[in-house]
Design a protein around this ligand. Sequence first.
Ligand code: BTN
Length: 252
Amino acid sequence: MSGDTAKLPPPFRLIAHEAIGSTNDEAKRLARDGADEGLIVWARTQTAGRGRRGRFWVSPPGNLYFSLVLRPQCRVAAAAQLGFVAAVALAGAIGELAPNIELRCKWPNDLLADGKKISGILLETEMVVGDRPDFVVIGIGVNLAASPRDVAYSATSLAEEGIPGVVPETMLVKFVERFAGLLACWRDEGFGPVRDTWLKQAAGLGEPTQVRLDHETLVGRFIDLDGDGALVLGMPSGNRRIAAGEIFPVTA
Ligand code: BTN
């Protein structure tokens, strides 16, 4: 990384790698060893990048891959809110660099550009006692130069959307600047302001939605995001709160 990252606001600081297995794995290893909040592990490429639900995250050079260590001192359920803080910060950063792209937040933490996935977030927590996480690692991948072809969803990159030449350093600094402010807001005011901003940009809100869980698939209407970031699905049998899963639009 260049001198750009010297501009990171405290307590954020960077460890940079040319290549690594997974920045999330390295950030978790350092957090277990006592790394303070704000540590960012960045790599130009990953050889074992991980997505949600055990998927592989294709990680060629040119895109952004990093993981951030946080020590939020909150309930485990509330830690999931930090994925939304990150998604809103990232939407702001991408929107600043690419104001003409239609950006949407897809539950739980993806970002869509013109309906195609441009970014994914993998949030992992580790517990010490009771209900308190010792740390949270937020891993973020942003397709700047290229997007994967052999995946089960449609994907895009900033370059494919007509914005070539955005380098990882620039996107990382813009993300951290926004994330620092939103994290402070989350600590001072709770989830409400971030939740409101996320909902304004949500993909599929109010629409018929299929939710795939590990062992079942549900269909209903995506009616809300609850106070911990769970999706509220309106079904004929009543509302169902879903903490983890994958959503798809239902087409007639
Ligand atoms: C997803 O949408 O499935 C989440 C993708 C998260 C990918 C990022 S890339 C940086 C960090 N390191 C990883 O191994 N995964 C995350």
